[in-house]
Every structure is written in C-alpha cells, then in structure tokens.
Write a protein that binds this ligand. Structure first.
Ligand SMILES: [Zn+2]
Length: 405
C-alpha cells in the first residue's frame, strides 16, 4: 500500500453571504473531491489542541499525529531544518525578521518585502560584525531569516512583529519569563539595538530609501526554540520512506523532523500562480519511489487571508482539477493500491482573514474499504461521515491502518 495526503492549506471556511451562504468548499465545483468522498470515508478532525494558537505549524503537526504540546518548538527550529541548518543540543534557534522601524515604531514586519538578494547581503553584513562563537545568522527568504544562539534560554516572551505594526519597538522588546532567562533576553535586546546601528546607513538601505522603499533597519528575533524531539513517521507507522512537497519553509521543516525527504518543484510559489500540475506530477513520481507523500498546497490560505471569497473558490477548484484529478486518474492505473486523504490544516475564514480553530473536514479513501454515505466534500457534508469527530493521532492512525478485509 502507498499513502498520500493532499493538504489544501486553510481551505475550510464559513458560509459566506456573497456565495449564497455557502462555504467556498460548498460553492466550488470539485468533482474529484466529491468522487473521493463518494468512494471513501469522511469525518471532521480537530487539528488545534485546546488553548493553542491555530498556526500552520500546530495544525500540520497535528495532522501528522504528533502531540503538539510536546514537540512544538519555535518557527525558527522548523525553518532552520528546511534551510539545512543543524541545531545541536544546547542551541536555541529563532526566526529573525528584517523589519522596518520608522520614528522608533515598527512600520512593518517585512522591511517592505525586501528581496532575497538585498536581504542576504544585510544578513552576511550582520554576521561579519556580530557573529561570535555563540551567535550566528542564517539568510532565508525575503525578510525571513534564522538566528542561532548557543546556550540561549527559550523561556522568553517575544512579540511577532506582524502583530504589532505601528507600535514603539521599545515597548515590545524581549522579556524574560523566568529569572534564568534574563541574560538571554538582555543579550537579544542588545543585539536588536546593535543591528539598528549597523543597518541604518548600510548602502543597501540608503539605496532603498532613495528609491522610496522601506529600509531593513532592524532585526526582530522571535519564536525561540530548541531542536524538536520528534519521532520519525517510520518509527511509528508502517511506512519506510516518505516525501514532502511544499513551498513553505515551516512545512518543509516539519518534514525534515518527520523523516520525510523534501522535494522542490520549480514554479511552486505558495501563491495563486503555483505550479499545480508540476506539484501533482512530482507527488506521483515521489509516490512511485517512496511509501508516503505529504503534498501541501498553500494558495487557499492566502486567499483566506485576503478575505477574497471568489479567489478562494478558484484556488479550491484549481486544487481539484489541476492536482487531485491528475493524482486520482494516474494512481487508478497502478497495480499497488494507494490510500488518499484530502483535508485542510485549519480553516482560514474570509470573514476574519486569519486562521480559526474549528475542526476541518477530511476524506480517507482506502481501496477495498466500504464507503460511507457521504457523496460531497465540504464542512457540513462530512458531519454524517463514518469517522465522526477525530482528535489527536486518530486521523493518521486511520489513514495508515491496513484495509479492512
Ligand atoms: Zn495562514
């Protein structure tokens, strides 16, 4: 048996007036999701444990069956893994944004969506001036970088910069949560100030200012963590090898710790113009070579964040007709049976333009199993599905369970 999960990030939603009080999943034309629902079994899955923030890292770890409270470290740790940065015991990693500060206030979390090339020069410049045997910066994509600190204490309160545009940066500096973390907090706050002195008049920033762009004139470290203590999937489930296909560093990092090989697809942008067909073909190729593929498609989440219901419908229809169709039609021809699941990680309702923690609808199609009566795939239809409401690792256990005789 082979296994594939097709994950439409943020695909679930609420009924929307402009769609005739239907959700985007109800409104969209999705013949292949519906076919899979007809052939498979359905239910709802709780992906956000009580009291946790509905972030993509939380939800995707939960889909894969991990005890999120136990394994969740910061974003930095996951992104470092996807960037190939090793984290050793005793080391702390953090996401380190390049931000724009104007008149002492955080203007934006992205330094005006600075380019990779400019950001890399600035991060290397910071390394030349600030790197020591405890501290190092690693350049990532655009404003998203990683900082590694030997001996850092993660019991610190940090503010995600995208949550506080317009706020005086001095008011949201890093604070120790326990006395032992005071040295770490002081060190990092001092680092922020030093970065501002170094970056303010760097040629890249002078050029950006002249061009009317936001300068990247401060670092902003947040989301601290150590190396995640995650078992690899093949230590838990009956698969030997697997792969992850995603344009998003967080998901790739989860893949690394879960023991999955990262497969890069050219033209996979994480946006509406993503290469759906390329991702589907790459997934099929990976599925030939390995036992399990986690195919993650980001576009519907972005449409939810923009609050654009019709765009979200389009992303769902694209996933259906340009990825799922290809995978269904091809795997049907294979001698080896393929278990296929479709689900989102969390809802990203257009109404609130951010993630929510409601349970998400899922389908598990396992060749040979008797299907339930559900014939459509959406937030409401699956309520009468065979699985009911699952939580924790119940979904992934069902997914990897052998076919019923
Ligand atoms: Zn999102």
């Amino acid at each position: 048996m082979k296994y594939i999960i097709i994950l439409g990030d943020g695909m679930a939603d609420e009924p929307i007036e402009s769609l005739g009080n239907k959700t985007p999943l109800q409104y969209a034309r999705t013949p292949y999701m519906d076919l899979l629902a007809k052939r498979g079994n359905t239910g709802l899955l709780n992906t956000i444990p009580d009291g946790m923030h509905p972030g993509s890292e939380v939800a995707n770890l939960a889909v894969l069956g991990y005890d999120v409270a136990q394994v969740l470290e910061g974003r930095g740790a996951l992104e470092a893994a996807s960037m190939g940065v090793d984290v050793l015991p005793g080391e702390m990693v953090m996401r380190c944004n390049l931000v724009c500060i104007e008149d002492g206030k955080i203007k934006n979390h992205s330094a005006g969506h600075i380019s990779n090339e400019e950001a890399e020069i600035l991060i290397q410049y910071l390394n030349e001036n600030l790197r020591n045997d405890r501290l190092q910066f690693f350049p990532g994509v655009s404003y998203r970088h990683v900082l590694k600190l030997k001996g850092g204490n993660k019991q610190i309160g940090c503010t995600p910069p995208h949550d506080v545009p317009g706020t005086d940066f001095q008011q949201v500096l890093i604070q120790a949560k326990v006395p032992e973390a005071q040295t770490t907090a002081d060190y990092l706050n001092d680092l922020i100030i030093q970065s501002q002195k170094l970056l303010e008049n760097h040629p890249i920033n002078l050029k950006r200012k002249t061009a009317g762009k936001d300068p990247a004139n401060s670092i902003w470290p947040w989301s601290p963590g150590y190396k995640p203590q995650m078992k690899k999937l093949f230590e838990i489930y009956p698969v030997q090898t697997g792969a992850v296909i995603s344009a998003v560093d967080l998901i790739k990092g989860i893949g690394v710790y879960a023991g999955l090989e990262n497969i890069n697809v050219s033209g996979a942008t994480g946006l509406y113009d993503t290469n759906y067909e390329g991702k589907a073909q790459a997934a099929l190729k990976a599925l030939k070579e390995t036992d399990f593929v986690y195919l993650h498609i980001e576009a519907s989440d972005e449409a939810g964040h923009e609050g654009d219901a019709l765009l979200k419908v389009e992303t769902i229809e694209n996933l259906d007709s340009r990825a799922l169709k290809i995978i269904l039609e091809e795997t049907e021809k294979w001698d080896e049976p393929v278990t296929i699941a479709v689900l989102p990680d969390h809802p990203t309702p257009c109404r609130i333009k951010t993630h929510s923690n409601s349970p998400v609808p899922f389908i598990i199609y396992k060749p040979g199993n008797i299907p339930d009566a559900v014939e459509k795939y959406n937030e409401f239809s699956v309520k009468t599905g065979k699985y009911g409401l699952l939580t924790g690792d119940e979904f992934i256990k069902e997914f990897f369970k052998p076919s019923e005789p």
